[in-house]
Write a protein that binds this ligand. Sequence first.
Ligand SMILES: Nc1nc2c(c(=O)[nH]1)N[C@H]1C(S)=C(S)[C@@H](COP(=O)(O)O)O[C@H]1N2
Ligand SMILES: [Mo]
Length: 301
Amino acid sequence: MAYRYRSPLTRADVTPKHMYVNRRQLMAGSTAMLGAGLIGGRAAAQEALEPNSLEEITTYNNFYEFGTGKTDPASYAHMLTTEPWSIEIDGMVDNPGTWSMADVMEGMTVEERIYRLRCVEAWSMVVPWNGFELADLLTRVGVQEGARYVAFETLMRPEEMPGQQRAILDWPYREGLRLDEAMHPLTLLATGLYGDPLPNQNGAPIRLVVPWKYGFKSIKSIVRISLVEEMPEATWNMQNPREYGFYSNVNPNVDHPRWSQATERRIGGGLFSGREPTLMFNGYEDEVASLYEGMDLSVYY
Ligand SMILES: Nc1nc2c(c(=O)[nH]1)N[C@H]1C(S)=C(S)[C@@H](COP(=O)(O)O)O[C@H]1N2
Ligand SMILES: [Mo]
C-alpha cells in the first residue's frame, strides 16, 4: 500500500472517514497487528505522502482551455463562471438528465484523500483532494446492463476559456474510463483541495482524479458524464494515439516515444533534490493491478 490517508485535523470542514476507521481499529486493541506492521490487513509502514503546498498545486497546472503554459491557468482561470453549474448525465443510465451541483452533492460524503499526481511530462505532485467516489454517483445514477465505458466532457465556453479560441486541441476536452476503472474506490470526483472549494485552475467545480493514471486522464470542469458501450474518444489519445494510449496507466517500463517514464521530478522538491523513480501504477499497484490482469501493458498503454 503506497498511499495513505492523512489526518485533516486542521481542515475542519472535511469529514475524515479514514480517521474513525483507524480509531475503531485501534480501539479494537489490534496491538498485535500493529506490532506486525499491519492495520486492517494493510501495511502500517506505508510511505507518508507529504502534500505539495497550496501555492505549488495552484500555480503549476495543465489546463489547456486557459493556455498551454504552466502558469496560464493561474493567470486566466478566474475568468470561468462556475456557478451555476450542472452536469448532463446520459447514455445507458436509469436516471438521465441535467444534474445541478446540488443534485450531484446530495447525500455525498466528501472526504480528504492525499494522492500522488503523475503527469505524462514526468513531473509529479502530491495533492490533498476533497471529493467522493465516482462509484457513489454512478450507483445513484443507475448504470444499465451493457454499459462498458464512462465518457467525460469538459465545459465548452470559448468566451471564458481563451485557449478554446484556438485549435490547440479538438475541443471540448474529453476523457474515458472503462467501467471497472470508473467504479474503483480510488477513482474520485474532486470538489476541493486543502479543505476549500476547488480553485478554478484545478478544475472547478468538479473534476475527475484517477491516481494510477497519468494526470491528463483526470479531466477538469466536467459538464457531461455518459455511460456507453463503445470505448469513448479521449482528447490526447485522439490527438496522438502513438504517444497517448486510452489506458495511460503510469508505467515506468513503458516510455513515452519522446522521453523516459522511469523517473519523475517532484514539483517543489528543491534545487538539489534528484529525480525519483516512478512507481508502477503511480504507487497504487496493490490496489489496481488486478484490473489489468492478462493484458500486455506495452500494447495497452
Ligand atoms: N479539461 C482539462 N482537463 C485536464 C487538462 C486540460 O488541459 N483540460 N490537463 C490534464 C493534465 S495534462 C494534468 S497533468 C492534470 C493537472 O491537474 P492539476 O492542474 O490540478 O495539477 O489535469 C488534467 N486535466
Ligand atoms: Mo499532464
